[in-house]
Write a protein that binds this ligand. Structure first.
Ligand SMILES: [Fe+2]
Length: 182
């Protein structure tokens, strides 16, 4: 059947999602082992990005750096595996260094997921990851068919300004393992 974008937009408008989805929050890259610093170097050479946060993700055996341009969004998040069996490294062996997901801020993530599930959208985990008390809730969609990247829905609470918590980033990364990356 030919693609009818007007129909796609009309269905989306009727779903109630317009008011719930705000803006692009971060772009997450997965890069091959040893390429995180050179990726940062390239970005920081071309644009006024500054190092913002660093995390070590023990369960996924990966390191993640966030860089920020002035005080704007989206933040760029760059993850690199620390061993051959890291989920991040296995992904890069399969696809090369590339964008893994685009994350969009939403107002009520549970409602977004409920609506999207009713529209047939599939996610990499059964439940939303994180909690209000941790300051953040997140969920990944299955990858898009053509460009093969994931859409993340993200909701923050209080003054939390991170992109994951140490515990939920592990759950998120592990949730993508079933995509044949690990
Ligand atoms: Fe993310």
């Amino acid at each position: 059947m030919p693609i009818n974008l007007n129909q796609v937009m009309e269905d989306f408008n009727n779903s109630g999602l317009n008011e719930l989805i705000d803006k692009l929050d971060h772009i997450a890259y997965r890069v091959k082992m040893g390429e995180r610093l050179s990726t940062m170097q390239a970005m920081m050479n071309l644009l006024p990005y500054r190092e913002f946060k660093n995390f070590k993700i023990l369960k996924a055996n990966a390191i993640t750096t966030c860089i920020k341009l002035h005080n704007t969004l989206p933040v760029i998040v760059i993850s690199e595996g620390l061993s051959e069996n890291s989920i991040v490294e296995k992904y890069c062996q399969k696809y090369g260094s590339r964008v893994h997901h685009l994350a969009y801020l939403v107002k009520d993530i549970e409602e977004v997921v409920e609506i999207q599930k009713s529209r047939g959208v599939e996610f990499t985990s059964d439940k939303v990851i994180g909690s209000e008390s941790e300051g953040i809730k997140q969920v990944f969609t299955m990858p898009t068919q053509t460009t093969n990247h994931i859409i993340e829905y993200i909701q923050r609470f209080g003054d939390f300004d991170g992109f994951f918590t140490p515990s939920n980033v592990e759950d998120l990364m592990i949730s993508t393992a079933k995509l044949g990356e690990a």
